[in-house]
Write a protein that binds this ligand. Structure first.
Ligand code: ZN
Length: 467
């Protein structure tokens, strides 16, 4: 079975209706409190460098010297305008163009930034382009990725997977979700309202310092909406209402010292835009990912590198211990492989994993729902599993179960697996954990279930959840 894919649709459809909302009155510039972060600055740098390598392997970098130099000029001007209290001398801000048509830009921890060609082509002036870049630079300067990891205490391999996640996260939006980068996307859209607001506020300040008009960051929302919002980028995530953000940025602008003659249309901007427009049309990120080799399309799992077999060793009775590096530990048969994801981990023996998920093994992870209580959350989660694995159906209802001494539920799903062509039994266990659900799922063909039951039982009883 496949992991369930939880996708949030990004939308700007509410934009036109909400733009008239009055801004809140705030006295003085909005204060930005740098969020709590348990990671070192060096962690940000390493994560960003690792992820940047992946991004450069997976996406076509547009090696046009003229356009890249221009992007660097704008980027460096913005970086020099970061207020001193948010500067990190060790960070290495650098800028590359991706030959994709999306109106998107993306920055990795520690400074690597990728700007899609489509973003420059969509912007109506240099200020709009610089606005998106200033917003992304602000996420980096405020170290939001590792702050987020600090907050989430995520059930993946913590830092080890963040790089992969961010590598996949460049694929925001519905396209990313369809391609299985949903984990990555969920991660990014979980940038809280607070972080988005911070990046807008600091971004506006950076723009003003750099000689731009911060209103142009707000204007980019209109530009995107005008060009069909379905390809909305990360910075226009559905978290904070885009209408409110438009107003809030414009309000922030009234608190700032803006040049009387801000940088708007520049000769360089016009020239580079024309140059990009004259090139053959770029594909979308989604199209690029679709043609990527198997396994790469899913930024959060490596099971895609396996191949399925009928001859699979039974689970070893010897166990090793697994820890996510934080709050989850359990025992795992020594002959099973481990596949960490964004907020989950999968274990499966050789021959039982591949690009369509696992045929035998265990998936465990964290699901952040709506805080609706154990049963409701469990029903939601199981609903998503069924949606992602249409051959399965639920057998019976929910029974009481215990995980790590906590009350929970279990339920059984089954159906004919398209991979093995045999009946697959999937048992889902859930309990409340960190304002969400912890789930533990066993997967096995029904005619082999007796050979796996002892391994499943000892894994399940070894699970320890902290806090
Ligand atoms: Zn953002």
């Amino acid at each position: 079975m496949r992991k369930s894919l939880i996708a949030k649709r990004l939308t700007v459809s509410g934009l036109a209706l909400t733009m008239w909302l009055l801004p809140l009155a705030v006295a003085g510039q909005t204060r930005i409190v740098t969020p709590k972060n348990k990671y070192k600055v060096q962690d940000d740098i390493k994560l960003g460098n690792d992820a940047a390598k992946q991004v450069e392997q997976q996406f076509p970098i547009l090696n046009d010297a003229d356009a890249t130099r221009y992007l660097e000029r704008v980027g460096n001007r913005l970086v020099a305008a970061i207020p001193p209290e948010y500067q990190q001398p060790a960070f290495d801000y650098r800028f590359k163009l991706v030959n994709a048509s999306d109106i998107n830009a993306f920055a990795l921890p520690g400074g690597p930034m990728f700007v899609d060609r489509g973003m420059i082509q969509a912007a109506r002036n240099e200020g709009e382009m610089a606005g998106v870049m200033a917003h992304e630079i602000s996420h980096v300067a405020l170290r939001h990725a590792t702050a987020q990891a600090t907050k989430q205490n995520s059930v993946g391999n913590q830092l080890g997977v963040i790089g992969m996640i961010l590598g996949g996260a460049i694929l925001g939006g519905q396209a990313g979700a369809e391609l299985g980068a949903a984990g990555a996307m969920a991660w990014m859209t979980k940038y809280s309202r607070e972080y988005e607001t911070q990046a807008d506020v600091l971004g506006a300040r950076i723009m003003a310092n750099a000689g731009y008009d911060p209103h142009d960051l707000a204007n980019m929302f209109k530009t995107i909406a005008a060009q069909g919002g379905s390809r909305s980028p990360e910075w226009l995530s559905d978290h904070p209402d885009p209408g409110n953000r438009y107003n809030n940025i414009n309000h922030e602008a009234t608190l700032l010292n803006i040049s009387r003659n801000p940088i708007k249309i520049t000769r360089d901007f016009e020239r580079i835009k024309a140059r990009l427009q004259s090139m053959p049309p770029a594909r979308t990120m989604a199209e690029i990912q679709k043609n990527a080799p198997a396994g790469q399309a899913n930024g959060t799992s490596t099971t895609g590198r396996g191949s399925y077999s009928n001859n699979i060793p039974f689970p070893s009775s010897r166990m090793r211990s697994y820890s996510n590096g934080g709050n989850v530990t359990m025992n795992v048969p020594t002959n099973w492989q481990e596949f960490p994801g964004t907020n989950d981990v999968q274990f499966a023996p050789e021959g039982a994993y591949g690009d369509q998920g696992i045929t035998r093994g265990v998936m465990a992870g964290y699901y952040q729902g709506q805080n609706a209580g154990l049963l409701r959350e469990t029903q939601d989660y199981v609903g998503q599993l069924l949606q992602g694995n249409s051959y399965l159906s639920q057998r019976g209802g929910y029974s009481r179960a215990y995980i790590s001494g906590r009350q929970g539920y279990s339920t059984t799903l089954s159906g004919r697996s398209p991979i093995t062509n045999r009946t697959e039994i999937v048992t889902v266990y859930t309990t409340l954990f960190n304002d969400g659900l912890f789930y533990f799922i066993t997967v096995v063909p029904s005619d082999e279930s007796s050979a796996y039951s002892s391994a499943f039982r000892s894994m399940m009883s070894s699970v320890r959840l902290a806090n």
